[in-house]
Design a protein around this ligand. Structure first.
Ligand SMILES: Nc1ncnc2c1ncn2[C@@H]1O[C@H](COP(=O)(O)OP(=O)(O)OP(=O)(O)O)[C@@H](O)[C@H]1O
Ligand SMILES: [Mg+2]
Length: 506
């Protein structure tokens, strides 16, 4: 009895559908456009009464088509991790910079997911993009891809209330876990517009430096780490106080004191990407702004040796004296550009101090959020105060010569020694000399297989003694020079006195 009823039901449904399709084909063929639209609209409504399922689409690109949707990327990550076991047709891709094949569901593949008793179906679909206009012709993608989520209307609240949040949250976590961090640099001589969608080139960021391996006083290290971690967790705080979620760090100190190493340690601590901005390769302020817009959140924007990048020092004073600041800087930059450049340099940077100031904390700098801006310099006193004032460069960190505490970190890293009888001697010598962490590290490095920790330590003591002797000799030479200068000046002073006296007598 039941099979007969089922058969009858299927037959009725089939014939109804066939009639509907027939009518629809006729309407499509012969009806004017307005009537077709009208029919489409109402047929969807009618279908809505009988069709118990709800569909949600998550498109790959957002409205302006320049930026990939974060929701799409999160869903993609969620599905490739959670459903690749159940999908029957999988796509294997060698993701750029990765050595492994990454599996994800193939187009039109349908996978099922369960959440708190609700069953949902995901399909990856594509449709032709309506934006195949001339203006978009240089974008290679012409197809709109989107995920379609289907579920019964009785689960509406669960799905829209918590399932979608769960998918996006888990997808984002998966992306952060699997993410290979990148080191970006701006390519000189870049032409815009071009087939490339970004002005940055990148490689995988693989620097091994960490705060643990950095030679730094423990309190200073702790303070910097706490500052960074607090920043990374302060999204709500920055929103509450009405400030863009970014922070500036100025790292200054002599060469070889660990400024670049600290940037790598910062990136590793927070799992941020690094944008190493070569300012001399940036054509002008507009290009600088474009570069800024293209940086992503969770990143560190670095300008190394800011004092050498462009002639940005003390230009504000000249403004008051000579008029237009920009003209002065452009002139200075041009002079610099006449000098032989490294290969690849654009040789025509017109970036100005005001452009750079806007880059750091102008209106555009707020887009994206969660970014650190780091400047390094060997000569902090050369920089324009406007560039490094608090608010732009919020934290100034001086990296200086190696302390005994710093040496202990390096001895642990390089020689696996936490203490040794020679340490007292080293502590005394380090108190009397100035050696950069880079030099200490080099001296502790074993140079041959026979170099055991003791030999490395005695080599280091020898190096310290040599530095001490050099410093003492230099000091003595300076003292001699000073004495010579004063004794040279003396007769001159006496002569003046004599002349005065003579003239007084006359
Ligand atoms: N504080 C430090 N802790 C551990 N290693 C250090 C430290 N400072 C320097 N080094 C070692 O010295 C090398 C040079 O350091 P780094 O490039 O960070 O110096 P820098 O301050 O950026 O120099 P410059 O001003 O010339 O750019 C690094 O490869 C690192 O191994
Ligand atoms: Mg450096």
């Amino acid at each position: 009895m039941i099979p007969t009823t089922m058969n009858q039901m299927w037959t009725t449904m089939g014939s109804t559908l066939a009639s509907f399709m027939f009518v629809w084909a006729i309407i499509r063929q012969y009806c004017p456009y307005e009537l077709r639209r009208f029919f489409e609209k109402y047929s969807h409504r009618i279908m809505g009464y009988f069709y118990p399922y709800i569909k949600i689409s998550i498109h790959e690109f957002t409205g302006d088509r320049l930026k990939r949707s974060e929701a799409y990327a999160a869903v993609e990550a969620y599905l490739s991790s959670n459903t690749s076991k159940s999908a029957k047709r999988l796509k294997a891709e060698m993701v750029k910079d990765s050595s492994n094949l990454v599996l994800s569901m193939d187009e039109y593949e349908r996978v099922t997911d369960e959440f708190h008793g609700a069953t949902v179906w995901w399909v990856l679909t594509k449709a032709l993009s309506p934006g195949r206009s001339m203006s978009m012709s240089y974008y290679p993608e012409q197809e709109k891809r989107f995920y379609k989520l289907t579920f019964h209307k009785k689960y509406r609240e669960i799905i829209t209330g918590s399932y979608l949040d769960h998918v996006v949250k888990e997808g984002k976590e998966i992306r952060v876990r699997n993410r290979q961090r990148k080191l970006y640099t701006n390519s000189p001589g870049y032409k815009w517009p071009s087939y490339k969608q970004t002005m940055w080139s990148h490689i995988v960021f693989e620097h091994p430096a960490t705060f643990e391996t950095m030679a730094l006083e423990p309190e200073k290290k702790k303070e910097i780490i706490e500052d960074l971690v607090t920043f990374s967790k302060s999204k709500d705080f920055y929103a509450r106080i009405g400030k863009a979620w970014k922070r500036g760090y100025l790292l200054y100190g002599p060469p070889g004191t660990g400024k670049s190493t600290m940037i790598a340690a910062m990136a590793n601590l927070l799992s941020y990407d690094v944008y190493d901005l070569e300012l001399t390769a940036v054509k002008d302020n507009t290009e600088l702004r474009k570069l800024l817009i293209e940086t992503t959140s969770k990143s560190i924007i670095v300008i190394e040796d800011i004092d050498c990048s462009l002639d940005l020092t003390g230009q504000r004073k000249k403004k008051a004296e000579k008029g237009c600041v920009d003209d002065e800087i452009i002139k200075a930059s041009k002079e610099r550009m006449k000098e032989p450049k490294e290969e690849g340099g654009s040789g025509s940077s017109k970036v100005t101090l005001s452009g750079l100031l806007n880059f750091i904390d102008g209106l555009w700098s707020a887009c994206g959020g969660e970014r650190l801006v780091v400047f390094t310099t060997n000569y902090v006193e050369k920089l324009d105060p406007a560039l490094i004032r608090r608010g732009r460069m919020d934290k100034h960190i001086e990296l200086s010569y190696c302390s005994f505490e710093g040496f202990k970190v390096l001895a642990k890293n390089y020689l696996r020694l936490e203490s040794h009888e020679m340490f007292d001697m080293i502590q005394k010598l380090m108190g009397e000399t100035k050696m950069t962490p880079a030099d200490v590290a080099e001296n502790l490095m074993p140079k041959s297989p026979q170099d055991d920790p003791e030999r490395c330590l005695s080599n280091f003591i020898q190096a310290l003694e040599e530095v001490k002797e050099e410093e003492e000799a230099k000091k003595k030479a300076e003292e001699v020079k000073e004495i010579a200068a004063t004794t040279k000046e003396l007769p001159q002073e006496n002569k003046d006195v004599e002349v005065t006296e003579c003239s007084g007598e006359q």
